[in-house]
Design a binder for this molecule. Structure first.
Ligand SMILES: CC(C)(COP(=O)(O)OP(=O)(O)OC[C@H]1O[C@@H](n2cnc3c(N)ncnc32)[C@H](O)[C@@H]1OP(=O)(O)O)[C@@H](O)C(=O)NCCC(=O)NCCS
Length: 183
């Protein structure tokens, strides 16, 4: 079975945070970072797949610390997992103050991408060759996240299908910051 090692498609994007990327609070827009994450995910996924890829879903984006104007942001991406037609790219984002050399970890997240062939149909991706303990841990973690997501989706579908407004809901919402004014 042919395949590519994780290192084959590991990539980094580095970008200076210019004032045009700032939000009204003077920090970098979350959307700017998301756009950069989508790009690095595409680079890693399409290189591994040898095909065009589309973004399917994004897991656990957390903005742990803000990035500032003037900092240099580096996004490190690698393929953590491959299924049949999908790939999971793990992305770590670091912001560096270039004058002081101080770095901070602003984000880690996981993009699921799907490969498409020249005909526009789903394309099978090559296997991922795991060469290190970290590669194996990341692949296993992605598999666990995939199973948890599928289980979570099934539970939410069942919850929505079974939802009936009743006194249990009143009790559930009693401590929440909402006001029920049914019309
Ligand atoms: C993603 C999309 C192709 C799924 O189409 P589908 O025919 O339902 O595909 P499938 O259910 O067979 O899933 C294909 C793969 O994606 C994975 N997948 C589907 N939905 C997923 C989700 N919400 N999260 C993670 N993976 C998902 C499946 O597990 C499967 O992976 P595998 O082949 O490795 O086992 C379709 O929803 C789509 O085209 N979305 C738009 C994508 C796009 O254009 N993105 C750009 C942003 S606008």
């Amino acid at each position: 079975m042919d395949g590519h090692p994780v290192a084959y498609s590991r990539s980094t994007i580095t970008e200076l945070m210019v004032p045009a990327y700032a939000n009204f609070g003077g920090k970098i827009h979350g959307g700017t970072l998301l756009s950069l994450m989508d790009k690095i995910a595409y680079v890693c996924a399409s290189k591994h797949a040898g095909n065009y890829c589309v973004t399917v879903s994004v897991d656990t984006v957390q903005f742990l610390q803000p990035a500032e104007v003037g900092e240099v942001v580096s996004l490190m991406g690698s393929v953590n997992y491959v299924g049949n037609t999908s790939l999971v790219v793990g992305i770590k984002v670091i912001a560096e103050n270039v004058q002081s050399g101080v770095t901070k970890h602003t984000n880690t997240c996981y993009f699921t991408m799907m490969a498409k062939g020249p005909d526009g149909n789903k394309a099978t991706v090559p296997p991922l060759i795991l060469e290190t303990d970290d590669d194996i841990r990341r692949f296993s973690s992605a598999l666990a996240r995939r199973q948890l997501r599928q289980e979570g989706l099934r539970k939410m579908e069942a919850y929505k299908a079974d939802f009936r407004y009743n006194s249990d809901i009143d009790r559930l919402l009693a401590d929440q910051r909402c006001v029920i004014r049914r019309k």
